[in-house]
Design a protein around this ligand. Structure first.
Ligand code: ATP
Ligand code: MG
Length: 341
């Protein structure tokens, strides 16, 4: 079977990068795959979260999932901490993953900042927990943004090493091609890496302290307009060919955003806007973004009036996730050599 797993951290509301880099593919894959979409709160606490904010963000992100078009009947939508096997499998995989592999992870280096000694061990271990999330469901496809590519490769390495280390037990249990399928990254579309509106060399992030750096899915029309108007650009007109965007990260980013929202290629967008100044392009971008995002914001506002419904979606999702995860995890324990009651 084709099974999708992916998640987002409830560290803040979702933004345009989350939407264009991952969510657009999540929505499409509901038609072709069995989909499991998680709100990864265990990941969120790798950096400090105020408990009352975390609680709110978990419900907010869930409501945004639904508002974007995830269907809780077709897809499993749940909250990571409600399914205990994620943390349990992460422990076992901690003993499979190698220190040298984790030392190469660039996200840790960025998020830990200068004082690595003061980072939480959870932040360092983040990629192993992510591997556990995926492998716990024996998922085959993982739609994410470009920034998660390295973590996905690590998840494949962990799956591969588990399959090799325990090959004897795995074969004896009747699995011919290893126990964990190697999960395929699914990173496609014209905006797999949306950049900050303030700095074209940094990705748009929930954790960026400047709210002007990102378009949140809940931003109203005025806020969207203000943020794009203030977005950093260079003084030149837009080129008429994609090659002309080289070395112009801010222009490249805004054209990519337009293309992704319009469902076009960057080349098409430049056919239309090549030669235009940003003063002409930005209003078109604002209109398009407002048209695409305001229905999502409106639906999210409607959903957040009923937190009982949101909590119900998460409870139902957790039960369905557990039903898939439990037998897989039981098998993992057996393969490793644990004795079950
Ligand atoms: P944080 O700053 O807390 O890490 P984030 O903005 O990076 O938040 P995540 O929850 O870590 O968001 O990531 C959720 C999904 O969104 C992942 O698939 C990730 O690859 C994708 N994603 C995050 N930022 C971007 C971006 N700027 N462009 C495209 N995809 C992105
Ligand atoms: Mg992130």
């Amino acid at each position: 079977t084709l099974r999708v797993f992916s998640g987002m951290q409830p560290t803040h509301n979702l933004h345009l990068g989350n939407y264009l880099g991952a969510m657009v593919n999540w929505i499409k894959m509901q038609d072709t795959h069995e989909c499991i979409y998680c709100v990864v709160d265990l990941h969120a606490i790798t950096l400090w979260q105020e408990p009352k904010d975390l609680r709110r963000h978990i419900r907010d992100v869930t409501a945004s999932y639904l508002a974007c078009g995830l269907d809780p009947k077709r897809s499993i939508i749940f909250n990571q901490s409600q399914v205990a096997h994620h943390a349990e499998l992460a422990w076992i995989l901690n003993c499979v993953a190698r220190l040298g592999w984790l030392n190469r992870m660039t996200q840790f280096k960025e998020k830990a900042g200068k004082d690595k000694e003061a980072a939480s061990i959870g932040l360092y271990d983040y990629p192993v927990l992510m591997a556990a999330d995926i492998l716990l469901y024996r998922a085959t496809h993982v739609p994410v943004g470009d920034d998660q590519k390295q973590h996905l490769e690590l998840a494949r390495d962990i799956a591969q090493k588990f399959n090799v280390d325990y090959a004897g037990e795995i074969e004896a249990a009747g699995y011919k091609d290893g126990f964990f399928p190697l999960p395929e990254p699914f990173i496609t579309g014209p905006a797999t890496r949306v950049m900050s509106l303030r700095d074209g060399t940094k990705k748009m992030s929930k954790s960026d302290p400047s709210d002007l750096a990102r378009i949140n899915l809940v931003d109203d029309a005025d806020t969207i307009a203000k943020k794009f108007r203030k977005a950093k650009t260079d003084p030149d007109a837009l080129p008429s060919e994609v090659e002309g965007l080289k070395g112009r990260p801010e222009a490249d980013n805004l054209v990519g955003i337009y293309a992704a929202l319009a469902g076009k290629t960057a080349a098409d967008v430049l056919k239309e806007f090549g030669g235009s100044q940003f003063s002409a392009f930005k209003p078109a971008l604002i209109d398009l973004a407002v048209a695409k995002l305001s229905p999502i914001a409106a639906e999210k506002r409607r959903l957040e009036e009923d937190p009982t419904y949101i909590d119900g979606v998460l409870a139902d999702g957790a039960a369905r996730a557990r039903a898939i995860a439990s037998p897989i995890f039981r098998q993992v324990k057996e393969i490793v050599g644990f004795v079950s009651a």
